[in-house]
Design a protein around this ligand. Structure first.
Ligand SMILES: *Cc1c(COP(=O)(O)O)cnc(C)c1O
Length: 382
């Protein structure tokens, strides 16, 4: 009944975890869910107010423009200039997205022909792989290994693959490993992309969730980056707006143009009222960003401190709201946590085979719940 394309998709592990979690909940277990990559903090009130005002204005009830309102693109350009010292032309170098997932899911349609290679980090956000498969491209995994600080080794890509590669997905600060990339790495990426004529898509969803004074760079601030690629960005993680579905793709004009061409045929843009709210977010007070990072930083300290006391070797992440921990068998470990302690953690294999020996904790639950989770873990023989 289903297409070959759908049948070829890997099983969606997260749906299976949800089922196991639901079974525990039905049994009456007070489940602590550290599986969710979704901020538990609310959207700041000034952004909600902007949405409410805009929703009442009938002028916003029509089809939006495909690329996003001029005022939205201007706000994005101003935010990029201010935050990253990156200059973008709002006419040609920015388009609105229904969240960055929208951009990631559709970009291969514009640049990948059947059989072309796409370079995909493993472990990685699952949509890089599925969007490649939907475009009938071939996935070439870039292992993100601890000994390389979870950066891909571009020199290890076979020349035959590089020749037929069209796209390179990257994501720093990284989900799921929580790794960050030094600026020099992006320089190396630009050189590699130039040499092999491929389009770089950097997913910067977590640039604003960072700790201990660390500030994540934009890929677009690397020299030459604007000639080789784009950056997907989103208000989801930055302003606790995952449910609102708004993000942006920024960068090389021709790449933005290709993405817009696909999307024009797929969706009809982001609700203007949501764009007004996004403008309020991008141009309004930015204290909410720092405040959220402070909350996550405290939780990170509690979780990493507790896990280390339990004898685990776990790095202290500088960004993202994830803790990526090496274990013997991530799937088995996650199963035990859920069944014996009522804790949801995500087995690393859900992000690719190089994640098999890891679990990911999301610190999107309160400090008290994280302490409670650690107490329960102390009761297990892990
Ligand atoms: C959350 C996330 C996204 C998607 O966010 P949107 O809500 O679609 O903007 C994209 N990439 C990574 C790595 C993420 O973790």
């Amino acid at each position: 009944m289903y297409s070959k394309r759908l049948d070829n998709l890997p099983p969606y592990l997260f749906a299976q975890i949800d089922e196991l979690k639901e079974a525990q909940v039905r049994r009456g277990v007070d489940v602590i869910d550290l599986g969710i990559g979704d901020p538990d903090l609310p959207t700041p009130p000034h952004i909600v107010d902007a949405l409410c005002r805009a929703a009442r204005d009938p002028a916003n009830h029509h089809y939006p423009s495909y690329a996003g309102m001029k005022e939205f693109r201007d706000a994005v350009a101003a935010w990029y200039r201010h935050r990253f010292s990156v200059n973008l032309d709002p006419e040609t170098e920015i388009t609105a997205l229904m969240g960055s997932k929208d951009g990631i899911a559709h970009i291969p349609e514009a640049f990948v022909s059947p059989g072309d290679y796409v370079l995909v980090p493993d472990p990685g956000y699952p949509v890089y792989r599925t969007s490649t498969l939907f475009a009938e491209g071939r996935v070439h995994e870039l292992p993100l290994l601890e000994e390389n600080d979870f950066l891909p080794d571009l020199s290890a890509i076979p020349p035959a693959v590089a020749r037929e590669a069209r796209l390179l997905f990257l994501n720093y600060p990284n989900n799921p490993t929580a790794a960050t990339a030094p600026g020099e790495f992006f320089d190396e990426v630009v050189d590699y992309a130039r040499e092999h004529g491929l389009v770089v898509v950097h997913d910067n969803a977590y640039s604003e969730v960072s700790f201990d004074g660390y500030r994540a760079p934009s890929f677009l601030s690397a020299r030459g980056a604007m000639e080789v690629g784009i950056e997907m960005h989103s208000l989801s993680k930055t302003y606790n707006m995952t449910g609102w579905r708004i993000g942006m793709a920024c960068g090389r004009m021709e790449v933005i143009k290709g993405l817009k061409q696909v999307k024009t045929n797929v969706d009809s843009g982001v609700f203007n009222a949501v764009q007004h709210a996004a403008i309020a977010a991008l141009t309004g007070p930015q204290d909410c960003i720092r405040e959220a990072s402070e909350v996550y930083q405290e939780r990170r300290n509690i979780l990493v401190g507790g896990l280390r006391e339990l004898g685990f070797r776990v790095p202290l992440p500088q960004a993202t709201f994830y803790v990526w921990m090496g274990v013997d068998n991530g799937l088995e470990f996650a199963r035990r946590l859920l069944n014996d302690a009522g804790i949801v953690a995500t087995p690393g294999v859900g992000f690719g085979k190089y994640g098999e020996k890891y679990v990911r904790f999301a610190i999107t639950r309160s400090a008290d719940r994280i302490r409670e989770a650690l107490d329960r873990m102390r009761g297990l023989d892990l």
